[in-house]
Design a protein around this ligand. Structure first.
Ligand code: GRF
Length: 209
């Protein structure tokens, strides 16, 4: 059975969506652990309530990014992860970390990459006046919010939207595509070719909501 370790920084709603879908669809998967970079991350409570090992590795207790990431690698390896899922993990990872988990490290970003990498994506989408916004699940490579795209969900930007209403619409879309992408990975359906990801057998990698 394959094992997933999830890294979070906050409420962990994407982790919850993945976990609940796995329960509902009886995925043969082990949720080996949830790790947050600070103990106040709300998502740790949900993990514990489900009997999933949950840990905080305080980034503030490490003087360098390298030392924090080394502690993370050690914990993730100890838990035994076939797949590392970044779900609202708000730390930039070192190249060493990314190389260590290359090909089994995925992230969700609240924008239709390559548009709006980085922070404050909803505000920036509104400022840019785009008609569509969304979310992207991708393999993690060394560039921030780069890396082969596994799937995307687009949502309309509606008249009267503010950053909060748009964020809520995008979050609902995230909760649909992240479980789907994780399942594709677990089922061995993803092939990375250059900067592209093929799903075998083919299935739409873009959903419009
Ligand atoms: C999501 O919008 C995710 O795309 C972004 O941070 C947020 C995390 O939400 N990277 P949650 O912790 O999964 O509820």
């Amino acid at each position: 059975m394959l094992s997933i370790v999830t890294l979070i920084s906050g409420r962990g709603s994407n982790f919850e969506a993945i976990f609940k879908t796995a329960q509902k669809e009886h995925w043969p998967v082990k949720f080996a652990g949830v790790i947050a970079n600070h103990s106040a991350a709300k998502g740790l409570d949900f993990a514990r309530s489900q009997g999933i090992p949950a840990f905080a590795i305080e980034h503030r207790e490490h003087s360098t990014r390298e030392s924090f990431d080394a502690a993370l690698i050690e914990k993730i390896d100890e838990l035994g992860a076939n797949l590392v899922v970044l779900a609202g993990f708000m730390r930039i990872l070192t190249p060493e970390f990314i190389r260590h988990f290359e090909g089994r490290l995925i992230n969700i970003h609240p924008a239709l990459l390559p548009a709006f990498p980085g922070l404050h994506t909803h505000e920036r989408a509104l400022e840019a006046g785009v008609a569509e916004h969304g979310a992207t699940v991708h393999f993690v490579t060394e560039g921030v919010d780069e890396g082969p795209i596994i799937c995307q969900a687009s949502v309309p930007v509606l008249p009267g939207d503010d950053a909060d209403s748009l964020a809520a619409r995008v979050l609902a879309a995230e909760h649909q595509i992240y479980p789907r992408a994780v399942k594709w990975f677990l089922d061995g359906r993803l092939r990375i070719e250059g900067n592209q990801v093929q799903v075998q057998p083919p299935e739409s990698q873009l959903i419009k909501l």
